[in-house]
Design a protein around this ligand. Structure first.
Ligand code: TXE
Length: 477
């Protein structure tokens, strides 16, 4: 499939005509091309967005609501085709891609209703004055998304930006651009006016960089690696842009002896290996209270060894292909490093070459034991099907280990002890804490991390506030 940019409602090639190969990670083969766009294409997209802004920002919320709902319906109607495209592009199991397409549609539906509900605040000063705070759209904003949950994260940014009345220049990851291109067609069919959403494909260092550097793109919403986020901050900061960064994680999953262990083990298998471990919220450090350590370890090793790895299109597959060759090599490099750091591989630990897909990028789900809490493999984000399991004796000890990395995105806590659940949740230095569950998402809640996991929050009113500028008007009485 050869995809194109979506600018001013048109599908078009990069102005210089260059293309990049697009790989299917399940087979390791090139199966299409994407435009290798540059700053000229970003500039064209910006012009289209700026021209569309006066009308879109003055379109009644009810109209925006209708168009966004029609986009959601368009995603629903194409769910199977989108899921297949996402699976081919990313390597995730097809069944998982189907679930993510439901969520992509939901993002549009959810923020369509937010457009209708968003309101100004008012602060009365006794009988001296009344303040009202108007929240106006920013103008043209940039949305840059990663390759792990391609359409789900792309829509998570674009939907609130549009709901708040902005026009958008967006860039999906060059590794997984196909469903974003399909979204362009869906938007046109749903009646989104030309130029309101523009999608430019290409490399981060050219297209992404041009979006971040553009003097008139006033806000950047980014999800991706911490190093890229740091670079984006360094460019956008001196330009006084609004920036929202959702970056990596090294999430602790803490299992106390009083937990419902069956549930904890079952969920841990998912929270460790869903989407090949390529979800920023996956738990990668599993801490288990010593009295149940052996029992939990044995059950995890058994369940994980039985996970079917291979063809993403096979309904029985639990773990598909790693997104790209460089990422596959990075994950294998961490497994080699873990061994040097003294880890014992309890299961997995190797690349796999399923029959017929020998050149695809497969890694057996891997459980490591025996790493010190401060080992690099316990500190750095691996972002693949690799977890490290460690025993602990006390709450204080596990909290210290859980908080010891530079990251602070999400934690999972398993305990039936009510006061412990509250006490531990309060002390975890994370943006998100799940107790006795994982990835249970209410789209109204603030989403994001602390420390090197990012700046700002997405979701609900947080996203609507990010994509608007408040202006306070004070009227003396
Ligand atoms: O992501 P990049 P990479 C983590 C994970 C992974 C690491 C690196 O640990 O191994 O990040 O992944 C665009 N200006 N996560 O390097 O490059 C890029 O084109 C503007 C966690 O593949 O950060 C893509 O669209 N944009 C994460 C997007 O940034 C630039 C999900 C993200 O890719 C740019 C993915 C630049 N200079 C990886 N350079 C999560 N938080 O969920 C690149 N990009």
């Amino acid at each position: 499939m050869n995809i194109q940019n979506y600018i001013n409602g048109d599908m078009c090639a990069a102005q210089l005509g260059a293309v990049l190969d697009n790989y299917n990670p399940a087979s390791g083969k090139v199966y299409g091309t994407i435009p290798n766009s540059d700053a000229q294409d970003v500039s064209k997209a910006y012009e289209a967005a700026a021209a569309a802004f006066p009308t879109w920002s003055n379109t009644p919320a009810e109209e925006r609501f209708k168009v966004m709902n029609a986009i959601a319906e368009g995603i629903d109607n194409l769910r199977d085709a989108l899921a297949l495209a996402e699976s081919n592009d990313q390597g995730k199991p097809l069944w998982l891609a189907k679930n993510e397409m439901i969520r992509a549609a939901q993002n549009f539906r959810f923020f369509a209703t937010a457009a209708m509900q968003f309101a100004s605040e008012s602060h009365a000063m006794e009988n001296r004055a009344i303040n009202y705070t108007l929240r106006t759209p920013i103008g043209v904003v940039g949305c840059i998304s990663p390759w792990n949950l391609p359409l789900y994260l792309f829509t998570w940014k674009i939907a609130p930006a549009l709901a708040a009345g902005n026009c958008v220049v967006a860039k999906p990851s060059e590794f997984t651009p196909v469903t974003a291109a399909m979204l362009g067609e869906i938007c046109t069919a749903a009646g989104l006016p030309n130029g309101v959403l523009n999608i430019v494909h290409g490399l981060g260092a050219t297209v992404g960089q041009a979006i971040v550097e553009h003097p008139n793109i006033k806000a950047i919403s980014f999800t991706g690696g911490t190093a890229t986020g740091k670079h984006i901050s360094s460019v956008a900061g001196p330009m006084f842009k609004k920036v929202s960064l959702e970056l990596g994680g090294k999430n602790p999953n803490i299992i106390f002896a009083d937990a419902d262990l069956d549930k904890a083990i079952k969920t841990t298998v998912n929270s460790s290996f869903m989407n090949q471990g390529e979800i920023c919220l996956c738990g990668s450090r599993v801490f288990v209270e010593r009295s149940v350590y052996g029992q939990v370890k044995d059950a995890l090793v058994k369940a994980v060894s039985e996970m079917k790895v291979g063809d993403p299109l096979d309904p029985a597959t639990r773990v598909g292909a790693i997104v790209s060759k460089p990422h596959y090599e990075k994950v294998l490099g961490y497994i080699a490093l873990a061994k040097e750091e003294g880890a014992t591989v309890l299961c997995g630990g190797t690349a796999l070459h399923p029959e017929g897909l020998e050149n695809g990028y497969y890694i057996a789900p891997t459980i490591l034991e025996g790493l010190s809490a401060s080992a690099r493999c316990n500190m750095e984000e691996i972002f693949g099907p690799v977890i490290s399991i460690m025993p602990f004796d006390t709450e204080e000890e596990v909290l210290a280990m859980a908080n010891a990395t530079d990251y602070g995105l999400a934690a999972t806590v398993w305990t039936e002890h009510l006061t412990r659940a509250h006490r531990v949740a309060a002390q975890l230095q994370m943006g998100i804490v799940w107790v006795n569950c994982w990835l249970l998402r209410d789209l109204r809640t603030p989403f994001g991390g602390v420390k090197s996991s990012g700046v700002g929050r997405e979701g609900g009113w947080e996203a609507m506030r990010f994509f608007t500028e408040p202006k306070n008007v004070c009227i003396a009485l």
